[in-house]
Design a binder for this molecule. Sequence first.
Ligand SMILES: Cc1cc2nc3c(=O)[nH]c(=O)nc-3n(C[C@H](O)[C@H](O)[C@H](O)COP(=O)(O)O)c2cc1C
Length: 386
Amino acid sequence: MQRRQFIRIAGGGVIFAATAALPGCAYVPPPEAIAPWRGPGDESDLRRWVLSYAILAPHSHNLQSWLVDLSHPDEIILRCDRRRLLPETDPFSRQIMMSHGTFLELLDLAARERGLRAQITLFPEGEYDAQEIDDRPVAHIRLVPDAAVRRDPLFADILNRRTNRSLYELQRPVPDAAWQAMAAAVAPHPLRFGFVGADRADLLQQHRRIAAEAWRIELVTPRTIMESYRVLRVGADEIARHRDGLALTDPLVVLLNYVGLLDLSKAPAPDSYATTSQLKDFGEKLDSTPGFLWLVSEGNGRRVQIDAGRAYVRVQLAATSYSVAMQPISQALQEYPEQAGPYAEIHRLLGAPQPAHTVQMWARVGYAPAVPPAPRRGLDAHILRA
Ligand SMILES: Cc1cc2nc3c(=O)[nH]c(=O)nc-3n(C[C@H](O)[C@H](O)[C@H](O)COP(=O)(O)O)c2cc1C
């Protein structure tokens, strides 16, 4: 991003995709916002130890909607904080359920590390319907010592995993061994894994085209772009205060915000610089991407969605072990009416006929410069108090 471009957005909206700092000016997150990435340290309570890893899971828009009830010894009840949903872009809370799946998977990996079997009972008071989630718990978990439980090598990369929204290295394909590790990581869960790499330039172009169109739709649909604006955290103070959401850290955007020139209260016009520059920026990122992956389910019930999240974070951990970067691109998978075109196209391209099949995850994959960890609110913020 050029400095000059940022000046032009004053009064015209914000460049939402610009989470990267200026070249040579590496963004350092406020220490308190990333402290949870140090892990549990010498935490002696096993439930807290395990949960300290689970809260590092990927979550749509980094909303961290996990609430845990620890009031019964040796048990964890996982609930969803329904103040942290995305009703416009995720109208049926499918991605929220996936984001609880990622949490449960990391919890499971951490439990194994301590010789514990995480006995997870999903929806102990009944499953949510297909439309909305309610106040019933997502899962009941009991940690049971078990000499037969096996450690999982994916645990080793929990603290290193990052969603990476940078430009990728187009000329550096993802090696076969990394694709194979990602595919193998899915195995415990009933999802179909697929990928396309640098050897299929024709297919890569189709992926890029659908992703770009879906992003355009999200940007020009006022209620969906506003949903993202509401969770933007601009600059170190806001990031440290909220420790969730999407961080905007470019020094000039932060300055504009500080002096009151950044207007996040209304959606930018489709032909405004704020919109067109974001489209261009995302297009360049797609063009730099040497691979895409996807996860397809049969059926789309709540348990399947949880499994999809579990499978996704395993894939991402496997990629991390090869230093391969990843960014989900969820727009075309979203169920709001304006996305019907890209939704149908991506299902067709990936051989996932509707309604029997659902593309649960689609991500760009490649090598990229390292990025810092995303903020986390810390374990205590997730514990329900009586
Ligand atoms: C179900 C799901 C959907 C996601 N969709 C997107 C997406 O469309 N674009 C994106 O940049 N990140 C997406 N993410 C990544 C989250 O934004 C990310 O996990 C969060 O900001 C925390 O960052 P971290 O993964 O580096 O810890 C998604 C994550 C999940 C679990």
